[in-house]
Write a protein that binds this ligand. Structure first.
Ligand SMILES: [Zn+2]
Length: 473
């Protein structure tokens, strides 16, 4: 993270500095049971007991604290970092309820502003994240080969990340510092958490000094022409998503290899106005030809075509034209399609079926062609969504509206069930509260009331919640 600050240098010997011993942090013994008192937020006057230091950063230290019988995380700012502007930003954040939807709840959001009288400092309280379960991209990368996220879990993480960023942007905020350090992943499920939210600001507001991390900065930021905005967030989001699929930066190719001194002017060349995508189809100046970069070349070859197209758009026209960046909604649609289009080959391998791919689906493991089941094609208003239909497939509310994000629990709209009257035939049962309209091949229509089924007839249509859904093969 880069903070444009002209404030003073860090003070040495601040009283609450924890001591690093053999790579582990031990609590500072000179101040047991230091109290932090909430001055603003959900419960002014609430007392938190600081237990031990968890981590430190440029802005402050994060502690484990106790709130009654619950544990929380508590950040305390360094004296030279927690200025009045920062405090005003966090004060505004604790007033905002970011707990209403699953997309909002992935932000580890400041809950109470606190005063730590013993240290003459202030800070804020936030939920505690299980760092045994949630890992950052660097930690995942270090465990590559042991704890990898499957492609389907990666698609889930991409869906959650783009859904949460959409929710943040819709609330009028920009994140400013999307980077591999601020997003945590559960590799077993693809769930994510977004940390370090105290720099989230109002879009277009230039008061915060935080402009991001150079690797994730949009060209207009690193060249100093623009302040962070939701459009610059979209660039950082695309860089991080690319890293999640390739373990590589989209602008690190031959141009970067020729840099001898990795200083700010060099970064401004690689990430700024002369930035070139390593797989730009019209400009091969920055191909990842270095032998060390064979991993990204292999990852690009096997990446789903839908993602190759979106990354190409994001890092060619979207790189230098902010209004042409890939939107959160486009990412949501693509990742949801890959997640819910996942199929299992008879050999056991997990495959991501991609509607944009040409030719038959081939298993990456046994190399055999794999039959794709019939699909429900949903005209979502943007690109169509294709739901493969196998016994028990559930049609959920977010399949009809991918950019709205998932409910919790997801809204159950329908399910593939056997036709009781005709063995071997299947239908889509209406599990919603409103009737559907079935349009047969002859154009005749009939109602499908709740708990009844529409026959799964190829070419027939069903109108579900104002969406036209067509059975396709
Ligand atoms: Zn196979």
């Amino acid at each position: 993270m880069v903070r444009l600050s002209t404030q003073g240098r860090p003070q040495k010997g601040v009283p609450f500095e924890a001591t690093e011993v053999a790579g582990k942090t031990r609590p500072h013994m000179s101040h047991p049971n230091v109290l932090a008192i909430a001055t603003s937020g959900s419960t002014p006057g609430r007392e938190y007991t600081i237990l031990r230091r968890l981590a430190g950063g440029g802005q402050g230290e994060v502690y484990l604290a106790r709130d009654g019988d619950r544990e929380v995380a508590l950040k305390v700012y360094h004296a030279h970092m927690g200025g009045a502007e920062q405090e005003a930003m966090v004060r505004a954040q604790v007033r905002e309820d970011m707990s209403r939807t699953p997309d909002q709840r992935r932000f580890v959001w400041p809950r109470d502003l606190v005063r730590v009288a013993a240290w003459n400092r202030w800070g804020y309280v936030m939920p505690l994240v299980d760092r045994g379960r949630f890992l950052d991209l660097g930690e995942l990368q270090a465990r590559r080969g042991k704890v990898v996220m499957s492609p389907r879990r990666n698609a889930e993480a991409g869906y959650q990340l783009s859904s949460s960023m959409r929710a943040l942007h819709l609330a009028g905020h920009c994140y400013r510092d999307i980077s591999r350090n601020n997003i945590l992943f559960d590799p077993a499920t693809g769930e994510i958490r977004i940390i370090d939210n105290d720099n989230v600001g109002v879009a277009g507001d230039t008061q915060s000094g935080v402009v991001g991390t150079p690797e994730y900065m949009a060209p207009e930021i690193i060249t100093g022409r623009a302040a962070p905005s939701s459009e610059t967030d979209l660039h950082a989001l695309a860089v991080l998503l690319f890293e999640m699929w390739t373990w590589h930066h989209p602008l690190h190719g031959d141009l970067e290899c020729r840099v001898h001194c990795w200083d700010l002017p060099a970064k401004q060349r690689i990430y700024g106005d002369q930035a070139v995508f390593i797989f730009d189809p019209r400009n091969d100046a920055n191909r990842p030809n270095d032998p060390d970069y064979r991993g990204v070349r292999a990852a690009w070859e096997i990446m789903p075509e839908t993602l190759r197209r979106l990354f190409t758009a994001a890092f060619t026209e979207g790189l230098h034209t902010p209004a042409r960046r890939v939107t959160e909604g486009q990412w949501q649609h693509a990742f949801l399609q890959l997640f819910d289009g996942a199929l299992r080959c008879p050999c056991g391998a997990e495959l991501l079926w991609d509607p944009a791919a040409a030719g038959p689906l081939r298993c990456w493991n046994c190399k055999k062609a794999v039959a794709v089941p019939p699909r429900l094609r949903i005209d979502t208003g943007a690109a169509p969504f294709h739901l493969p239909l196998v016994p028990d497939t559930q049609l959920l509310g977010h399949h009809l509206r991918p950019s709205h994000g998932r409910g919790e629990p997801p809204e159950l709209v329908g399910q593939v069930v056997p036709n009781p009257g005709v063995p071997g035939m299947w239908g889509l049962r209406n599990l919603s509260g409103t009737p559907w309209t079935f349009v047969g091949m002859d154009g005749a229509t009939r109602l499908v009331p709740p708990q009844r089924s529409a026959p799964l007839t190829l070419g027939a249509r069903v109108m579900i919640q104002n969406r036209t859904c067509t059975f396709e093969s």
